[in-house]
Design a binder for this molecule. Structure first.
Ligand SMILES: C[S@@+](CC[C@H](N)C(=O)[O-])C[C@H]1O[C@@H](n2cnc3c(N)ncnc32)[C@H](O)[C@@H]1O
Length: 228
C-alpha cells in the first residue's frame, strides 16, 4: 500500500486498506503532528471540540433528520459522528483523508470508512443521501468541485451544513489565525493557512446557484439540500 503523506499529494485509494480494517497505522512523528491543528491531533479531541461548540448536537441531529433513503455517503466524514444519530437500517459510508479518523470510525463500528480524497473521482460510490457537513470551507477554492462530486454520488439528494465567514471586526486577523492555523487546521488543505471563506450572502448565493432549497439556520451553520 502506498503511504499517505499529509501535506503532500495524495494517492486515490480504491479499496479498504489493511490499516483501515485493523485501525492500526504508523504513529506520526512530532514534525508530522505540527501540520495539524489541535482538533486534528486525536479523534477524541475532535469529538470533544465539536461537543463544546454544539453540546446538544443540533447540527448533526438536523442532518440525520433530513436523510432520505437507506444509504448515506458522508464526504469529509471526520470521526463519523453522524453515524451515531442514524437509524440502524441506514447503511453509512464515510470518506476522509485523515487516516486516524478513518481508523477510529472503523474501530468504533461507526459504519464503514475509507481514506479517500473527496475532490477526486468518486464514481465507485453511490448513496441515496450524500452529506457535506462542515467540509466545504475546508476545500475552498474547490468547493464547487466538491458539490459536483457529491451530486454524482447521490441517488436522491445532497444535504449540506456549512459555516460562513463572520463580518469584519477588530480581532478578525488574529481570530482567523487562531481558528485556521492553531485549531481547525486539518493538515490537508494549504489554503486553510490564509484563504478566506464565503460571507453569509456569498454562501447563500453559491448554494442557491447549485439549486439549494429548504434553507435553515442551525446555530452558526446554514443547512440546505440539493435534490437530484
Ligand atoms: C471540519 S471537519 C468535518 C468533519 C465531519 N463532517 C463533521 O461534520 O464533524 C472537515 C473534514 O474534512 C476532511 N477533508 C478535508 N479535505 C479533504 C479532502 N480533500 N478529502 C477528504 N477529506 C477531506 C478533513 O480531514 C476533516 O476531517
Amino acid at each position: 500500500m502506498e503511504e499517505i503523506k499529509i501535506g503532500m499529494k495524495y494517492p486515490n485509494i480504491n479499496t479498504v486498506t489493511q490499516n483501515e480494517m485493523k485501525g492500526t497505522r504508523k504513529r506520526k512523528t512530532i514534525k508530522e503532528r505540527l501540520n495539524f491543528g489541535i482538533m486534528y491531533q486525536h479523534p477524541r479531541i475532535y469529538d470533544f471540540a465539536i461537543w463544546l461548540n454544539d453540546p446538544k448536537q443540533l447540527i448533526v441531529k438536523t442532518l440525520a433528520k433530513n436523510i432520505e433513503g437507506n444509504s448515506v455517503l458522508d464526504l469529509g466524514c471526520g470521526t463519523g459522528t453522524l453515524y451515531t444519530h442514524l437509524p440502524d437500517t441506514v447503511e453509512y459510508t464515510g470518506l476522509d483523508l485523515n487516516e486516524d479518523f478513518i481508523a477510529f470510525v472503523n474501530k468504533k463500528n461507526r459504519g464503514t470508512a475509507h481514506v479517500r480524497d473527496i475532490l477526486k473521482d468518486l464514481s465507485d460510490f453511490q448513496a441515496d443521501t450524500v452529506v457535506l457537513s462542515d467540509v466545504l470551507h475546508h476545500v475552498t477554492p474547490q468547493h464547487q468541485q466538491l458539490i459536483d462530486n457529491a451530486l454524482l454520488c447521490a441517488r436522491k439528494k445532497v444535504i449540506i451544513s456549512a459555516c460562513y465567514e463572520k463580518e469584519e471586526g477588530p480581532f478578525k486577523r488574529i481570530s482567523e489565525f487562531i481558528g485556521r492555523q492553531i485549531i481547525d487546521n486539518d493538515g490537508l488543505n494549504d489554503q486553510r493557512a490564509g484563504a478566506g471563506w464565503l460571507k453569509l450572502d456569498e454562501l447563500l448565493s453559491f448554494l442557491k446557484d447549485n439549486n439549494g432549497e429548504n434553507f435553515q439556520k442551525v446555530l452558526s451553520h446554514i443547512h440546505c439540500e440539493i435534490k437530484v
